[in-house]
Design a protein around this ligand. Structure first.
Ligand SMILES: C=C(OP(=O)(O)O)C(=O)O
Length: 538
């Protein structure tokens, strides 16, 4: 039995086999072949198998994250059928008398270089698609399966690091938990683990030799136990049972109000990153969606999602929530949420850099595409919008002006939409200090305590060395929340918290004292927070 410490993301216990996720590319050797026809036939067969894999990936993605996000697998299928691609591979096999794997790898290199040299962002991105499909074919030819495709039972994923985009693509049904060497407790990967309600450890030693070993993640103690002895297995089962009992107890609160003993009502909403998450919100009886991190639509895609694709996603969320409030935060890309096709320059201090509303106010056509999609979806439910990373009244005015332009464009096209509430995310000290002025021009405030903590305490939320300093309970952060609530109420608008701190039940009473009207938390935390609210006299 080996015991290793890590930083826990979610207080739960799980037990299962480790699956070590390698992310290196496979090495392809240049092997001479005699039988050219056999090699070509093998290539044809691998294309067939790749087509089947892509079809099932398309179905899975459609089920889990929606049609728009699944479309990329259709694009890959079309690329597989491209005649030039096939002819290039055939010709390398014939002329150089080499194995199919090598011919595919060479063609992939040539074609992706050609795409990347093109003077068109869309075409440049096709370079990665070519590499993607070629790697799939090479794996099939070599008899290997893709890392993820090898997972046939629920496992604990072990990896050096997981980017937010990789985490969203993991098959949730096969995921018991994950362990990574890197990461910080405030990163978006950690937030995703909490949304999915799965035990996860970061900053933990990992070893490939542990692949296949049985392990326990103890999210209470922040421990990974490899090859646990019978005593630890017994304890793990007991804790898993206790966790299940707690879940059962909390389930009794479904359908009940989030109201204190003395009758103070709090709107208890949930944070989501994609359409599929609305299922978790409804399962946990969320009263609305307080934060739809719309940038995850961009993270999951291989290219800018179109207005139609975004509209489909926002409409689906609005319809699933059947008239309950859905607050969509406009694109908050940058910092740890990087997307290749944005081609953002590498920055020294990305959290203090070109991100969120700053990008949107520069890339106005891209921003208006999103605004039109949100407005169009508003006709199908109860949608509000909020802008991230606002530091001045001018920024808010510019964003609202672009929203008005988007409305005019829709009106001209005779496309219906509703008038929607427009809110500001309060996540910088600047926004707190000018919250009285912002409050005159916004319909609500939503406090993003994750960023507010990082900017107030000058502590990078991505830096694991600063996990201790990144203390959202710091008196300066609490004071910022109180100031924001006072400004909101002076301006007769409502105020909520959508950062992770909103789920800290040790602070629920304090938030009520400050006058917080809404708490938006990970779907898995809704019932726990409701239990706390209902236990308070306040
Ligand atoms: C909700 C927030 O936004 P995100 O964590 O997505 O940056 C926050 O900063 O508190």
């Amino acid at each position: 039995m080996i015991r290793i410490e890590g930083k826990s993301i979610c207080k739960k216990v799980t037990m299962g086999k480790i699956f070590f996720l390698k992310k290196e590319e496979s090495i392809v050797r240049r092997e001479k072949v005699e039988n050219i026809e056999k090699e070509k036939k093998q290539f044809d067969a691998s294309v067939e198998e790749a087509r089947e894999q892509l079809l099932s990936l398309y179905e899975k993605a459609k089920r889990e994250v929606g049609e728009a996000e699944a479309a990329i697998f259709e694009v890959h299928t079309m690329m597989l059928e491209d005649q030039d691609y096939k002819e290039s591979i055939y010709s390398i096999i014939e002329n150089q008398q080499v194995c199919a794997e090598f011919a595919v790898a060479e063609t992939s290199k040539n074609f992706s270089r050609m795409f990347r040299d093109m003077n068109d962002d869309y075409m440049k991105e096709r370079g990665s698609d070519i590499e993607d499909i070629s790697n799939r074919i090479i794996r099939i030819l070599g008899g290997e399966k893709g890392d993820e495709e090898q997972i046939t039972e629920p496992v604990i994923i072990m990896a050096k690091d997981l980017a937010p985009s990789e985490t969203v693509q993991l098959n949730k049904e096969m995921l018991l938990g994950f362990v990574t060497e890197k990461g910080s407790v405030n990163s978006h990967t950690a937030i995703l683990a909490r949304t999915m309600n799965i035990p996860a450890l970061i900053n933990t030693e990992i070893r490939e030799e542990w692949h296949g070993e049985v392990a326990i993640i103890d999210g209470y103690k922040g421990e990974l136990i490899i090859n646990p002895d019978s005593e630890r297995i017994k304890k793990a089962y007991e804790q898993i049972e206790e966790d299940q009992n707690k879940e059962r107890r909390l389930k009794e609160l479904k359908g009940k109000e989030s109201i204190t003993k003395s009758g103070r009502k709090v709107n208890l909403y949930a944070n989501i990153g994609n359409v599929a998450d609305t299922g978790k919100v409804l399962q946990n009886d969320g009263e609305g969606i307080g934060l739809f991190r719309s940038e995850f639509l961009y993270l999951e895609a291989k290219d800018f999602p179109t207005e139609e694709e975004q509209f489909t996603a926002y409409k689906a969320v609005a319809e699933n929530m059947a008239g309950k409030k859905v607050i969509i935060r406009t694109l908050d890309i940058g910092a740890d949420k990087q997307v290749d096709y944005f081609h953002l320059e590498k920055e020294e201090n990305p959290a203090l850099g070109y991100r969120a509303i700053r990008i949107c106010l520069k890339e106005q056509e891209m921003f208006k595409t999103q605004l039109r999609a949100i407005l169009r979806a508003s006709a199908f439910g109860n949608i509000s919008i909020m802008f991230p990373m606002i530091v001045s009244v001018e920024e808010l005015r510019q964003a609202k002006e672009l929203l008005e332009e988007a409305k005019r464009e829709l009106e001209e096209g005779g496309i219906p939409f509703k008038e929607i509430e427009t809110g500001v995310m309060i996540e910088t000290p600047a926004a707190v200090i000018i919250s009285d002025e912002l409050g005159k021009e916004a319909d609500f405030f939503s406090i993003g305590t994750n960023d507010l903590t990082q900017y107030t305490l000058a502590a990078d939320r991505q830096n694991p060395m600063l996990d201790e300093s990144m203390n959202p309970r710091h008196p300066a952060v609490l004071k910022m929340i109180e100031m924001t609530a006072e400004s909101a109420h002076r301006n007769h608008i409502w105020v909520g918290i959508c950062g992770e701190l909103g789920a800290d039940i040790e602070l629920t009473e304090t938030f009520l004292k400050y006058g917080i009207d809404e708490l938006s938390v990970s779907p898995s935390r809704i019932l726990e927070v409701r239990e706390k609210i209902r236990s308070l006299e306040y």
